[in-house]
Design a protein around this ligand. Sequence first.
Ligand SMILES: NC(=O)c1ccc[n+]([C@@H]2O[C@H](COP(=O)([O-])OP(=O)(O)OC[C@H]3O[C@@H](n4cnc5c(N)ncnc54)[C@H](OP(=O)(O)O)[C@@H]3O)[C@@H](O)[C@H]2O)c1
Length: 264
Amino acid sequence: MKIAIIGTGNLGSSIAKGLIKNKSFTSLYLSDKNTSQVNEFVDEAYVTITNNNAAAVENSDVVIFALQPRHIEGVLKEIQPLITEEHVVMSVAAGFSIAKIEAILGEDKHIIRVMPNTAISIGKSMTCLSANLVGQLKIELAKTIFNQLGTTMVIPEEQIQAATVICASGIAFWMRLVRATTQGAIQLGFEAEEAHQLALQTCYGAASLLKESGRHPEAEIDRVTTPSGCTIEGLNEMEHQGLSSSLIKGITASFEKINQIKNS
Ligand SMILES: NC(=O)c1ccc[n+]([C@@H]2O[C@H](COP(=O)([O-])OP(=O)(O)OC[C@H]3O[C@@H](n4cnc5c(N)ncnc54)[C@H](OP(=O)(O)O)[C@@H]3O)[C@@H](O)[C@H]2O)c1
């Protein structure tokens, strides 16, 4: 598989890291105006680091556009003459619809919107995929690539904005919860490093337990909350202070914002 990533910033470099770790390509072009986030891969076999988007497209079958919404339109217009019916065009740009990509490249091109999160760098992304009509012929190929870098779910494009909030932004929401737990642990007397380790492993254990057992979170919570104990005391206080409500409100605010980006 000959893959190019156009835009090697936060997400593009994370995808590159994941792909290189897996060696899941025959060639990998990493193209950006400023390649500082991927220069560490300069000596990797079959990896080319370049400022030349056109060369990256011409030498690849799968082209992943990891550009900010304000840049993607210009770059797509620039490379449009080079995109053939053999290419699979993937875009991670939040709020940039398949219709907008088709308007530039044509409906006859394989187009897939991909929404991963930065855990793709360590093969643990939740990645949602939506394709145009022609792109559906290549959805198995997309699943093959991104299943090596975590877990995938194919969804209708109408849900990709919501998936962006839950999975792509969501990783930041979870990290803030880990940090807040660490702050609590420091207040209870742990050194900062210890506090971080305690919060992190507990969070990892919670996610792993739910994933491996398949049980509902409330069923697992019931196994922790001793009657009249400290857990239910803490949980109820968190709910009085609006924990669940605050998360839901944050998610819906994020969703409103992404819909503004989409319509801008
Ligand atoms: N970050 C995430 O966790 C995440 C998750 C899911 C989806 N996304 C989406 O992924 C996209 C990229 O996000 P990001 O956080 O990775 O942004 P970013 O760090 O700004 O990366 C974008 C990269 O593209 C480069 N670039 C700009 N114009 C270019 C051009 N003409 N040719 C080649 N490269 C060019 C930028 O260079 P300069 O900095 O020099 O302009 C930058 O290095 C966004 O659309 C975002 O919505 C991000």
